[in-house]
Design a protein around this ligand. Structure first.
Ligand SMILES: [Ca+2]
Ligand SMILES: [Ca+2]
Length: 195
């Protein structure tokens, strides 16, 4: 648990906690509440990236929020959902471009919840970080991505057709790994084309 009394966005902009600083940790460790997620490069992932516990339900003037650093330079706000056991999950959406293992950092903070317009002034107290969760993303290569750039497009089709009909080990374009570039591989590429 961290008890800094600084506003997270301000921390980011001041460079104290640079957004997305945890770039491709080679051996990420999950902290308590951390999870390992599985995603495919080039396809949007949506799901829980960590869980946390609150000792009591926050009063209505307190808003709990989460920022997710995805480990590849991207960051986004998380949605907080309470589970049936009372613990909270942080849900996020992200698309990784490249396959690999990434360290995810989820920063959970609590700050003032302002009333709707006309409902009076915002409560005045500082936002504080209440938890930092370390999670891991295992990102697999898109099955149709021949050249490994995270997208399946015309360049992959070209790379595959250059080896079409050939046999051998580690052939570029042998997407199903059966030792030959055939119609089956073209079908895999077609199924993932444009992703
Ligand atoms: Ca590609
Ligand atoms: Ca094949």
């Amino acid at each position: 648990m961290h008890l800094e009394t600084l506003e997270p966005r301000r921390l980011f902009s001041a460079g104290v906690v640079p957004a997305g600083h945890a770039v491709a940790r080679s051996d990420p460790q999950n902290s308590p509440g951390g999870v390992t997620i599985h995603a495919t490069a080039g396809e949007a992932f949506t799901g829980a990236v960590g869980t946390f516990h609150l000792d009591s339900t926050p009063p209505p003037i307190v808003e709990t929020g989460a920022d997710i650093n995805w480990g590849d330079g991207g960051d986004s706000a998380g949605q907080i959902v309470q589970g049936s056991n009372g613990d909270y999950s942080v849900i996020g959406t992200h698309t990784y471009v490249k396959a690999g293992t990434y360290g995810i950092e989820v920063i959970v903070s609590q700050g003032p919840r302002c009333p709707p317009p006309g409902g009076g002034p915002c409560p005045e107290f500082p936002t504080r970080i209440i938890d930092t969760i370390e999670s891991t993303a295992e990102v697999l290569t898109n099955p149709g991505d021949v050249n490994g750039d995270g997208r399946v497009d015309f360049a992959d089709l070209l790379a595959l057709t250059q080896h079409y009909g050939k046999r051998g080990a580690d052939l570029s374009g042998d997407l199903n790994g059966d030792g030959a570039v055939t119609f089956s591989d073209l079908l895999i590429l077609a199924q993932h084309y444009g992703r």
